[in-house]
Design a protein around this ligand. Structure first.
Ligand SMILES: [Zn+2]
Length: 328
């Protein structure tokens, strides 16, 4: 919140104020000390959620120009994300890249459904264990799911509406339109954590936290917890699907979420504006990258730490003052 010099100047000012002689100094000291003590529980709780992670969602060849599921202007997010990494390096204790990682016959592909066309919808049924119920309309259905008993009651079944997509982001494919590789233009570091999603052939996963049925988690939540992350900054592709669902799930899991709108692009205008409205309605902070500094500072837990450094000076001064004036 404050630069180092700014903090020093503020502390010096406070010290000067507190060491005023007589009752004015004592009164000032008392008021500030009470404020500091009242702030203490906030400080303690903030210590456990102090860190911020940058989430870079699915910036992969398959979603970029020449990719099989290219998001319009998807490549324009890359310089913005690279700049965020560089400008806010000190703010991020962790950078996570999610990677869409599908089987060649993934159930979300239109090519796997009889008469399936990209962007149409199908209903997929899952049993209570989250296993896909085998359907004849699924090509090579013997490789997909399990036979679900027709006698089972509907309450044991879960229906997931699936948008059918062109084949995309196929695991271990590193060139061509279905390549799952991260863009070469995306700046990366060895310390980055990669979270794969959509690797279960029988269910899609828009969110980097859960599959679309909410049956299974990826390791993202536990990785964030291990790194003491309390806040995530979400960027990447696509704004109306994977960025949207990742942001919503992060919020549901209790993270403070900032989604950077110019570091993301949507598949379609209507679904993008609907996703933006829904994120806002759910308390997700939407910012442009130029306002990210202010957003990080406004809600920063580090601002709490900064305040408590001042508190340390105030309380120390109070002790010195009490000692030197021989008060009980
Ligand atoms: Zn996918």
């Amino acid at each position: 919140m404050f630069s180092f010099r700014g903090e020093q100047a503020l502390q010096f000012g406070l010290l000067h104020l507190i060491t005023l002689a007589g009752s004015t100094g004592m009164l000032t000291c008392l008021v500030l000390a009470v404020a500091c003590v009242a702030r203490w529980p906030v400080y303690v709780s903030a210590q456990t959620v102090d860190e911020t992670a940058l989430l870079i969602i699915d910036v992969q060849d398959c979603f970029l120009p020449n990719g099989s599921l290219a998001v319009t202007d998807g490549d324009q997010v890359i310089p913005v994300i690279n700049r965020i990494r560089q400008d806010f390096e000190q703010d991020f204790s962790l950078v996570v890249l999610s990677q869409d990682w599908h089987c060649p016959d993934h159930v979300s592909f239109a090519s796997q459904h009889e008469g399936g066309t990209p962007y149409s919808l199908v209903n997929l049924t899952y049993n209570s264990e989250g296993r896909l119920c085998r359907e004849d309309s699924i090509v090579s259905s013997d490789q997909h799911g399990v036979r679900c008993s027709p006698q089972k009651s509907d309450s044991d079944m879960i229906t997931v509406t699936q948008t059918l997509w062109p084949d995309h982001c196929i695991k271990n494919v590193t060139s061509g339109p279905t390549s799952a590789a991260f863009s070469d233009s995306l700046k990366r570091k060895d310390s980055d954590v990669v979270i794969r999603k959509g690797f279960n052939c029988d269910i899609d996963s828009y969110s980097a936290f859960y599959d679309n049925g909410g049956f299974r988690q990826t390791e993202l939540n536990s990785v964030l917890k291990q790194h003491n992350v309390g806040r995530v900054v979400v960027t990447g592709l696509a704004l109306d699907y994977c960025v949207y669902y990742t942001s919503l799930d992060a919020h549901k899991l209790g993270y403070k979420v900032i989604t950077v709108t110019d570091a993301a692009r949507g598949v379609a205008p209507d679904s993008t504006s609907a996703a933006l409205s829904d994120m806002e309605a759910n308390g997700i902070e939407l910012v442009k990258s130029e306002s990210l500094r202010a957003a990080l500072d406004t809600s920063s837990n580090k601002a709490t730490s900064s305040w408590d450094r001042h508190c340390a000076v105030i309380l120390l001064s109070a002790m010195v003052l009490i000692h030197t004036t021989n008060l009980p």
